[in-house]
Design a protein around this ligand. Structure first.
Ligand code: PLP
Length: 355
């Protein structure tokens, strides 16, 4: 089947250089070569995440790190910010791991504010809070800087952040924001294949883990710390993905981290202008995501048919997620996407819909 260029919010398009990096001859995960690879990747990730602290590699998708964050950093109770399909699911992960999870819910399409979080944290006793920085289902990006500021008033609460569809596309500033676990899978703004996730893990999070029982086996932070000391992972990692991550981090740093964020913001602006002109934005004003735009289907088009037509032009977008199917559709402008690609996509949609 011919390849359709992905404009979906993950997996995103992977450049051929990075596909080639995946296909290198394998190395043993206890070898010196692997240690050198690990030693090459981690400092670059630290720069990207804005942290002097630990960055761990997880051979799983982001869901695995949701579970890891809960298992390692929550003794009893966690406050879960809920504002869309993905943030809602993190609460389920907490509950199924036997923790008391309290919701802090807003309507889909709206942001969670620092004031709401402050009020909820002041009213209860929590080990941690879960925040999804960029809700991929609704195209809403929360103001992490404001949330971080208010978290300073609650120093015993672990700040657990899902930056799955923002990391490498927008600033996460782990140390400056005092984030305890900041996680992402690589198949979104990193523009790499699915299968590997990364997380910045603070000293506070490791200290917390020391007092939490039943941290599980595969993603026990303390075990990961032990192996991190020797530039290794506890179990066999997805080595091909780490090769590709190393190559892509070089490309990200060559582009410039700030320049990369600026490109994302510029592409988002183009898509948002187009969406406002022809449809409407689903995200609350002031919280529009720089990596994915959720368009409200005010014209009542068939999104499925639009996508079928786009398929004939070798491109693919995303329908609305879950209950938002056909009510919205999503255009991703993250990762290595360039302006000409986005302009080409929008022109193709214009032609198909006769806009
Ligand atoms: N968090 C967010 C914000 C997401 O968008 C997704 C998936 O799209 C996930 C978590 C779950 O990721 P995965 O299915 O790769 O585990």
């Amino acid at each position: 089947m011919p390849h359709k260029r992905l404009f979906i919010p993950g997996p995103t398009e992977v450049r051929s250089e990075n596909l080639a990096a995946l296909a290198q001859a394998q190395i043993g995960h206890r070898s010196k070569e692997f240690q050198a690879l690990y030693e090459s990747v981690i400092p670059k990730l630290r720069r990207l995440l804005g942290t002097e602290g630990r960055v761990f590699l997880f051979t799983s998708s982001s869901t695995g790190v949701w579970e890891a964050a809960i298992r390692n950093c929550v003794k009893e109770r966690v406050l879960c910010c809920m504002q869309g399909a993905f943030s809602d699911r993190w609460l389920k992960v907490a509950e199924t791991n036997g923790k008391q999870a309290e919701p802090l819910k807003v309507e889909w399409g709206r942001a969670i504010t620092a004031e709401q979080i402050d009020r909820a944290l002041s009213a209860g006793k929590y080990d941690a809070i879960t925040v999804v920085h960029n809700e991929t289902a609704t195209g809403v990006m929360n103001h992490l800087d404001e949330i971080a500021e208010v978290l300073k008033k609650h120093p015993h609460v672990m700040f657990l952040v899902d930056a799955v569809s923002s990391m490498a596309g927008a600033e996460v500033a782990v140390d400056r924001y005092g984030i305890d676990v900041c996680l992402a899978g690589l198949q979104k703004a990193f523009s790499l294949p699915a299968g590997l996730a990364v997380a910045g893990v603070s000293e506070r999070a490791l200290e917390k883990a020391r007092g939490v029982e039943n941290r599980g086996y595969y993603f026990d932070f303390l075990e990961m710390l032990k192996y991190d000391e020797r530039n290794q992972t506890p179990a066999t990692p997805a080595i091909p993905q780490i090769f590709a991550l190393d190559a892509q981090l070089d490309a990200i740093l060559a582009e410039g981290i700030e320049q990369r964020y600026a490109r994302h913001a510029r592409l988002a602006g183009i898509v948002q202008d187009w969406a406002r002109r022809h449809f409407a934005l689903f995200a609350e004003k002031g919280y529009e995501s720089p990596t994915v735009t959720c368009v409200e289907n005010t014209r009542g088009i068939s999104v499925a048919e639009l996508n079928q037509e786009l398929g004939q032009q070798y491109a693919m977008i995303s329908n609305g997620y879950g209950v938002l199917k056909e009510k919205t559709f999503r255009l991703a402008h993250m990762g290595d996407t360039q302006e000409w690609e986005i302009r080409g996509l929008l022109a193709t949609i214009d032609r198909i819909l006769d806009l």
